[in-house]
Ligand binder design. Structure first.
Ligand SMILES: C[S@@+](CC[C@H](N)C(=O)[O-])C[C@H]1O[C@@H](n2cnc3c(N)ncnc32)[C@H](O)[C@@H]1O
Length: 263
């Protein structure tokens, strides 16, 4: 199902810039918003299992939005991510929060053997990047002294762009996979995971400048900068400043928290 999200060569070959990747700004702002916000269901599930002074491993950490809200209870946050820029932002935020920090630059599960276990393992908004989930989730569990908490959107995070692909490239996008598929994989692995569905408040981060938000979506759509106005028009009022930051993927999306305990 993830393979079906690939961009056809006829479109990719005309992309002036890579449509993949995330600007660090997006996730830095997201992490700052996460620290300021009330505890989400994912943070609550992690805190239930995290002892005072415990350790947290954040896989696909980005700038640390999953684990920074746990900094008040933890002594050490460990971030794993292939992006050095993201990990630098995470380190700065951990310093500001006064919590110990370590990082491992790499992808999971390949990087897992060089990473120590932690009381709680968190992994937010990464599984849609992972085509082979069983070894990924097994390695999460192997590194958790107490609990693993996975957060994801109910549908693929690019599903909301369906009409844009149709409009600009006459391309229909797939509908799966969804959080149900992840849960099915966990069950196949013999993991009894809990599930909580919730709606994210509209404070999930974004861009300081409107044109950067548009440029991000335009690159995703494999279009040149001259098409920015058309992209903005197609986005309509989905592009809006929310809590001071421009975002096009409103925080009102449906999130799913999945968690399981070390047996
Ligand atoms: C959508 S961001 C989410 C970041 C952060 N967890 C959050 O919730 O804000 C996905 C992150 O996962 C990282 N990533 C993607 N695939 C990964 C993998 N196989 N192992 C580790 N990190 C991965 C990316 O570099 C990116 O920083």
């Amino acid at each position: 199902m993830l393979r079906a999200w690939g961009i056809p060569e006829r479109i990719l070959s005309r992309a002036p810039e890579s449509p993949w990747g995330f600007p660090a700004e997006l996730f830095r702002n997201r992490a700052e918003a996460a620290v300021a916000a009330e505890a989400t269901p994912s943070a609550r599930r992690a805190l239930e299992a995290l002892p005072e002074g415990g350790t947290v491993l954040d896989v696909g950490a980005g700038a640390g939005a999953a684990s920074l809200p746990l900094a008040g209870r933890a002594t050490l946050l460990v971030g794993v991510d292939p992006s050095g820029e993201m990990l630098d932002s995470f380190r700065d935020a951990a310093e500001r929060a006064g919590v110990g920090f370590r990082s491992e630059r790499g992808t999971w599960p390949e990087a897992a053997p060089s990473v120590s276990s932690a009381d709680v393992v968190v992994c937010h908004h990464v599984v849609y990047n992972v085509p082979d989930l069983p070894p990924f989730v097994r390695a999460l569990g192997d590194h958790a002294g107490r609990r693993v908490v996975v957060e994801m959107t109910e549908r693929h995070p690019l599903a909301w762009m369906e009409d844009l692909w149709e409009r600009f490239w006459d391309l229909r996008r797939p509908h799966g996979p969804t959080a149900d598929d992840t849960l099915a994989v966990l069950r196949e692995e013999g993991l009894e995971a809990g599930r909580e569905d919730w709606v994210a408040p509209a404070s999930g981060g974004g861009f300081e400048r409107r044109e950067d938000a548009i440029g991000f979506i335009r690159r995703r759509l494999c279009l040149p900068a001259e098409r920015d106005d058309e992209v903005a028009e197609a986005l309509g009022d989905r592009l809006a400043p929310r809590t001071g930051l421009w975002s096009v993927n409103p925080g009102g999306g449906r999130n799913v928290t999945l968690w399981w305990d070390r047996s």
